[in-house]
Design a protein around this ligand. Structure first.
Ligand code: ADP
Length: 505
């Protein structure tokens, strides 16, 4: 027996230099028979203090399971491994990884137990700290109001937190995991995003930030501010990406509204500026026209006063004066008319009027005034009468016809056409003159609007005629519009409602 102990001690002593605690104890009594230097280092008791003591009393062992079970396992299998908690000499707690081997006597009975204990306190603490850290980060990940996900190098979504799932409106939950990021990225943002991921992968940068749009599970487009960072291993190889997505829908919406408001303000401003410019141009034109007419009147009256003139000359000058005075009257009337119409002070004297008759009458005036122009009339003989103010509609047609002549200085055909269209009477005046650019077509009906070009510069006008036309037609509940092509000519359309049986005077 003693021999055996000596042998065991000898074997154990071979391990003297080991860092682990090597303890030999009697199986039955638990008395320590051998205690190496490693054990002294770990527990603080020296050999003399330890040997002869019951190991679990000395070290106040805490077992992971009842001792009985451990002993049974030892007896069955000859060994047991597990984690034990011990108290050092200085009272501090340590965790050891304990490997136990059962030694039997010659008769095969359990004789002693060789314990090899390794201090894993530090490792356990580090693991615990890691676990705590992991838990902390998991809480942050799970509860973050910002969407977070991990993306594999090929763009596959590895996982994502609740905030991101909510933002992307993914149903059922988790449905997007394993799919590619490109599936939920707006196609217009895909190229920019792919390029940035490429720069991450090639190591050109460590992170990037991009405002981009996502396609949500509910079929909506959602703006998010994306920040992506690479996660690398110790050798610098990228393992995966961590992407954070901040919901910026509200900000984008506000920005878009602001841009729209600014654009609207700019348009309004430009319009205001144009009206202003047109108004000052109008003042300049009108004063010029007035001055020209007055200069004529003054010049001719002076001549008549100063010179000895014959009756024929007198009459000629008087007629020139009259022409200038008529022009002045017309301009003043136009201005006053427009003012009255726009302020709703003009009343209509309604009658059943034959529009063909008005067209013929106004066309006849042109034939005399402009030999360069050829009139082509195509009037509907069955045109119904129109309940309207004949004088005002005459003014409309006269304006359109004189414009047709004025703005086709090279002459050419002026085509006058009428036809009935259901209960509407439609009249058009076409010329083959200067025409107008498309952008001007709506503007010409506004006050003071004149289309400036080198060709129109020398054509006199105040920009009031079509504004008056539009007012008059509007007062009759009708429509007026123009089709035109620059250099090709224009067609002005007037549409009025035909008199019906209910239209009594
Ligand atoms: P104006 O006194 O300048 O003729 P209007 O109100 O009658 O004023 O017309 C406004 C502008 O519309 C004109 O200055 C001219 O540029 C354009 N316009 C009108 N009629 C024609 C037409 N038949 N052909 C080409 N341009 C026209």
């Amino acid at each position: 027996m003693r021999e055996q102990t000596a042998l065991l001690r000898q074997q154990a002593e071979l391990l003297e230099g080991a860092r682990d605690a090597i303890i030999l104890r009697d199986f039955e009594s638990g008395l320590i028979e051998y205690w190496n230097q490693g054990a002294t280092k770990i527990y603080g008791y020296d050999q003399a203090e330890a040997e002869g003591r019951i190991v679990h009393d000395l070290l106040k062992t805490k077992f992971p399971k009842p001792l009985k079970q451990i002993l049974d396992e030892l007896a069955d299998t000859g060994s047991w491994e597990g984690e034990l908690m011990h108290v050092r000499k200085d009272g501090s707690l340590i965790v050891v990884e304990s490997r136990n081997v059962l030694l039997r006597d010659d008769d095969g009975r359990p004789r002693a137990l060789l314990m090899i204990n390794r201090d894993v306190t530090r490792r356990r603490r580090a693991e615990e700290r890691l676990r705590e850290n992991e838990q902390r980060y998991r809480v942050i990940y799970d509860r973050s109001p910002i969407g977070i996900c991990r993306v594999a190098l090929d763009g596959t979504l590895l996982d994502m937190n609740e905030a991101l799932e909510a933002f992307l409106e993914i149903v059922p939950r988790g449905a997007i995991i394993g799919r590619n990021l490109s599936e939920i990225t707006h196609p217009d943002d895909l190229a920019a995003k792919t390029a940035l991921y490429g720069e991450l992968e090639s190591g050109l940068r460590d992170r990037f930030q991009l405002e981009n749009r996502y396609l949500t599970g509910a079929g909506q487009v959602a703006w998010g501010n994306l920040t992506v960072s690479s996660v690398r291993d110790t050798e610098g190889r990228t393992l995966y990406y961590v992407a954070m997505v901040e919901d910026i829908r509200e900000r984008k919406h506000a920005e878009q509204e602001l841009t729209a408001a600014l654009r609207a303000a700019k348009v309004a401003n430009e319009q205001l500026e144009r009206v202003n410019k047109e108004k000052s141009m109008f003042v300049a034109i009108v004063s010029h026209e007035f001055r020209t007419a007055l200069t004529g009147i003054l010049g001719f009256s002076e001549l008549m006063r100063e010179e000895e003139l014959g009756v024929a000359e007198m009459k000629e000058f008087a007629s020139d004066i009259e022409k200038d005075a008529q022009r002045l009257k017309r301009m003043i009337n136009e201005l006053l008319d427009l003012e009255r119409m726009e302020s709703g002070q003009m009343t209509l004297r309604l009658d059943h009027v034959d529009v063909n008759g008005l067209l013929r009458q106004e066309a006849a005036k042109i034939v005399g005034s402009s030999p360069a122009h050829r009139l082509e009339m195509d009037l509907d003989p069955d045109l119904p009468a129109v309940l309207c103010d004949g004088d005002k509609i005459t003014q409309v047609l006269s304006n359109l016809l004189s414009n047709a002549v004025k703005y086709s200085p090279e002459g050419g055909a002026i085509e006058i056409h009428s036809h009935a269209d259901g209960n509407l009477v439609h009249a058009t005046v076409r010329d083959h003159g200067l025409g107008m650019p498309a952008e001007a077509l709506r503007r010409v009906f506004q006050r003071y609007a004149r289309i400036e070009s080198s060709a129109t510069r020398y054509i006199k006008g105040t920009g009031l005629g079509l504004a008056i036309v539009s007012q008059i037609v509007g007062m009759h509940g009708g429509r007026v519009w123009v089709e035109s092509e620059l250099g090709r000519g224009s067609v002005f359309h007037v549409e009025l409602r035909a008199s019906g049986p209910e239209d009594s005077l």
